[in-house]
Design a protein around this ligand. Structure first.
Ligand SMILES: Cc1ncc(COP(=O)(O)O)c(C=O)c1O
Length: 394
C-alpha cells in the first residue's frame, strides 16, 4: 500500500517505547514491595470534580447529545469568555472563542488554516513533540531553535529575528512549556510578537498550562498583549479532563469563519457531552477545587525539584507552572555508567522501578542529557521515587 509522504514524515513517538516497557515491567512488579512509580505521564492524577461529573450524567440522561455548532455551545463560549475576564482581567469576546476536541484539534486547525506547503514555523528546542507534527501534517516545516537555561528554555526576540527566513511564517510557543514547566516573560513575549508582526507572521501561543501557573509575573495570558495572537487552551490539564477531549482556541475575528469552516468539515463539533460537563468547571465550587489542586501541584514542585537537585539531577530552571521537571541527568549518567538520557530512563526503570521520560522526542539540541519527570503523581509517590533514586545515585 502506498503511504502518503505526509504520514511518513511523522516521526514515531519514541518515548512510547519507554512507556510501554515501563508499563510491562510495572505489571510484573505490581505485587512486590517496590511497585513501579510512574513519573513519565503528563496528565493530572486528579479527575473531573463532582459537579462536572454530575453535569455529564445529566446531559446523558436528558439526551443532550446532538451535534452542536462547530464552534461549540454558545453558553460554554460565554463561560470561557467570562473566565478570561475574572481570572486574567482580559476582555476576550465569546465570538472569538472556538471550542475544540482538546488543544490537539485546536493546534491542528490553526496549522491547517495558516500554513502553506513549505512554510516554516519557529519553535523552541525542547518543545512538545506533537507541535512539529501538526506543522508537518499541514505540509509545513518546524524549525527548532536551541534554547538555554538563561532563556528559560524559551525563544527570545533576538533569536526569532535571527532565525527568520524567506519561508518563515510564524512562531509556535508554549508558556508554561512541556517539557520544562517554564514560561516566557511577558516582556519578552511582547518583543517576540513585535518581531513577528513586523515580518507579517503569526504568533501562536499554547497556554494549556497557563492556569497551572505558580508565579504571578508569568501567569498572564498572551491575549492581554494583542488580539492578533492566537491562543490555544484546553480542559485537559488545569480542569483535569484529559480523556474528555475538550479544549479551545482564541483567534482574531477574521479567522473565526475560516476555523469554523474547517472544523465543520473535519470534526462537525467537539463532544457534546463533554461540552455540557465543562459548563460546570466554572462554578465556584469547581474552581475552588481546581485551585486547591493547583496548590497541591505547587507543593509537589516545591518538594520534588530541590530533592532532584540534591541528588545531582539538576533542574537548571525552577518551573513556574505545569507539572514537569526538566532535569540534566549527565552527572547521574556518568555515575551509573550509562551513555545518555535514553539509557538512564531504562536504568532507573529497572533498578529503581521509577518510570521517567527521556528527552529524545522533545528536540535534538541537549535532549540526550535531559529527562522529564512528571510531578502529576501524589506526594507519596514522589517521596517514594526520591527514596529509590537516592538509593542508586548517592
Ligand atoms: C504543550 C501541550 N500542548 C498540547 C497538548 C495536547 O493536549 P490536549 O489533551 O488538550 O489535546 C499537550 C498534552 O500533553 C501539551 O503538553
Amino acid at each position: 500500500m502506498h503511504i502518503a509522504s505526509r504520514a511518513q514524515k511523522i516521526e514515531p513517538f519514541y518515548v512510547m517505547e519507554v512507556a510501554k516497557a515501563a508499563a510491562a515491567l510495572g505489571r510484573e512488579v505490581a505485587h512486590t514491595d517496590a511497585p513501579m512509580v510512574f513519573l513519565n505521564i503528563g496528565e493530572p492524577d486528579f479527575t473531573a470534580p463532582p459537579l462536572v461529573q454530575a453535569a455529564a450524567e445529566h446531559a446523558v440522561r436528558t439526551g443532550q447529545s446532538q451535534y452542536t455548532q462547530a464552534t461549540g455551545l454558545e453558553p460554554l463560549r460565554e463561560r470561557i469568555s467570562a473566565w478570561y475576564a475574572s481570572r486574567f482581567g482580559v476582555d476576550v469576546p465569546a465570538r472569538r472563542i472556538v471550542v475544540t476536541a482538546g488543544a490537539s484539534a485546536a493546534l491542528h486547525l490553526a496549522c491547517l488554516a495558516l500554513i502553506e506547503s513549505g512554510d516554516e514555523i519557529l519553535m523552541p528546542d525542547p518543545s512538545y513533540p506533537c507541535n512539529r507534527h501538526f506543522v508537518s501534517a499541514a505540509e509545513g516545516q518546524a524549525v527548532l531553535i536551541p534554547t538555554t537555561a538563561e532563556e528559560r528554555f524559551q525563544l527570545s526576540a533576538a533569536k526569532v529575528e535571527a532565525a527568520w527566513g524567506s519561508r518563515t511564517r510564524g512562531v509556535l510557543l508554549a508558556s508554561p512549556s512541556n517539557p520544562t514547566g517554564t514560561s516566557i516573560h511577558p516582556d519578552e513575549l511582547r518583543r517576540i510578537h513585535q518581531v513577528v508582526q513586523a515580518k507579517g507572521g503569526i504568533t501562536l501561543v499554547d497556554e494549556i498550562y497557563l492556569a497551572l501557573s505558580f508565579d504571578a509575573q508569568f501567569g498572564q495570558t498572551a491575549l492581554a498583549l494583542d488580539d492578533n495572537i492566537i491562543s490555544i487552551n484546553s480542559f485537559s490539564k488545569y480542569f483535569n479532563m484529559t480523556g474528555w477531549r475538550l479544549g479551545w482556541m482564541v483567534v482574531p475575528d477574521t479567522l473565526v469563519p475560516v476555523i469554523e469552516r474547517l472544523a465543520q468539515n473535519l470534526f462537525i463539533c467537539p463532544s457534546t457531552i463533554a461540552q455540557h460537563a465543562a459548563l460546570a468547571c466554572f462554578e465556584s465550587e469547581s474552581i475552588a477545587l481546581y485551585e486547591q489542586r493547583r496548590n497541591e501541584f505547587k507543593a509537589r514542585r516545591d518538594y520534588f525539584i530541590p530533592a532532584l537537585n540534591a541528588m545531582g539531577l539538576t533542574v537548571p530552571v525552577m518551573p513556574d507552572g505545569a507539572f514537569y521537571a526538566w532535569a540534566d541527568c549527565s552527572a547521574a549518567c556518568a555515575k551509573l555508567g550509562v551513555k545518555d538520557s535514553w539509557d538512564f530512563a531504562y536504568e532507573v526503570m529497572h533498578r529503581a522501578h521509577v518510570a521517567v521520560t527521556p528527552g529524545r522526542d522533545f528536540g535534538t539540541a541537549q535532549t540526550a542529557n535531559f529527562v522529564r519527570f512528571s510531578t502529576a503523581s501524589s506526594m507519596a509517590q514522589l517521596q517514594e521515587a526520591v527514596t529509590r533514586l537516592r538509593s542508586i545515585l548517592i
